[in-house]
Design a protein around this ligand. Structure first.
Ligand code: CAA
Length: 283
């Protein structure tokens, strides 16, 4: 099956990015969220991103038009799921929420539809375990910011079929992404390494290092494109904390989030999405 109709569930930063890149590649996309305000925000951010990419010559004005025409926005889950070849969920990082969503999707989607999770840390087999179609379930882990990052992790659950895997690979190639296969353990490859790095940076700030210095050191001394404090602000402190908690649950206490990371989450210092993290984005 060639993926043509894609439904994205959850219109936050990741969901809207996935909708955007899928539509630029010519897929018919439905972006679903539970309320109209979230959908409005997603629409504006997609328009902003497309215009920025077009202004830099990274996509053509024709692609902007095709993409904008190719995305439908809806609050109705059944409408989004009904005709989809591929559903990608990008909802809140919570196992129960994702499992409940997959149970619903199983009843709403065509029997041959592929159901993918964009979770950054939860094992795919665990999400799939509440459904009766583990062969059609897969992890497709996009990176933030989705329109700029080429790499995507692709994760087979215990029951994922070769057909599902090959179809998901072909979809990623069609939308211009480079798939990397990761084994189905908490955090996969990328979050397993990056969450630890960001958690350690939080610890180092508490020990007295300045975020600016940590970031500068990692950019100039280790060649990272952005430092771990900037990165935490980009992905969101709550995402890194959830990743650490999931890994601590599966691998033991050495992955426990630092208490200061938890405090920052409780204080709403999530980063760009709340306007304040290590840096101030309120202006
Ligand atoms: N759409 C369009 N433009 C965007 C954008 C988007 N979604 N997001 C940012 N930009 C723009 C910025 O506004 C900026 O624009 P200006 O040039 O007008 O200021 C520009 O992109 C920055 O891009 P550059 O290429 O000039 O800058 P750069 O060389 O620093 O690259 C980057 C930016 C690609 C983000 C780079 O810093 C990078 O690779 N950072 C690491 C990101 C990373 O590690 N992502 C993975 C995080 S982990 C994850 O996502 C998994 C998870 O589940 C938590």
């Amino acid at each position: 099956m060639e993926i043509k109709n894609v439904a994205i569930i959850g219109s936050g930063i990741m969901g809207s990015g996935v909708a955007q890149v899928s539509a630029v590649a010519g897929c018919d996309v439905v972006l679903q969220d539970i309320n109209d305000q979230a959908l409005e925000r997603a629409k504006s951010s997609i328009e902003f991103s497309l215009e920025k990419l077009a202004a830099k010559g990274k996509i053509t004005p024709q692609q902007v038009e095709t993409a904008l025409a190719g995305i439908k926005f809806t609050a109705d889950l059944s409408q989004a799921a009904r005709n989809a070849d591929l559903v990608i969920e990008a909802v809140f990082e919570n196992l129960e929420i994702k499992q409940n969503l997959f149970k619903k999707l199983e009843t709403l989607c065509r029997p041959d539809a592929i159901l993918a999770s964009n979770t950054s840390a939860l094992p795919i087999t665990e999400i799939a375990s509440v459904t009766g179609r583990g062969d059609k379930i897969i992890g497709i882990h996009f990176m933030n910011p989705v329109p700029l990052m080429t790499g995507v992790e692709i994760i087979r659950g215990q029951l994922t079929s070769d057909d599902t895997f090959e179809t998901a690979l072909a979809y990623l190639q069609k939308i211009g992404k480079e798939p990397i296969e990761a084994v189905d353990y908490a955090g996969f490859i990328v979050s397993r390494l990056l969450d630890v790095l960001m958690n350690e940076a939080v610890k180092m700030v508490q020990e007295g290092n300045r975020p600016e210095d940590i970031d500068k050191a990692m950019k100039l001394c280790a060649g990272h494109p952005m430092g771990p404090c900037q990165l935490l602000d980009l992905v969101g402190a709550e995402i890194a904390m959830h990743g650490m908690e999931t890994m601590a649950r599966d691998f033991g206490d050495r992955y426990k989030p630092h208490p200061m990371l938890r405090k920052r989450v409780l204080a709403g210092l999530l980063g760009k999405k709340t306007g304040r993290g290590f840096y101030d984005y309120s202006l």
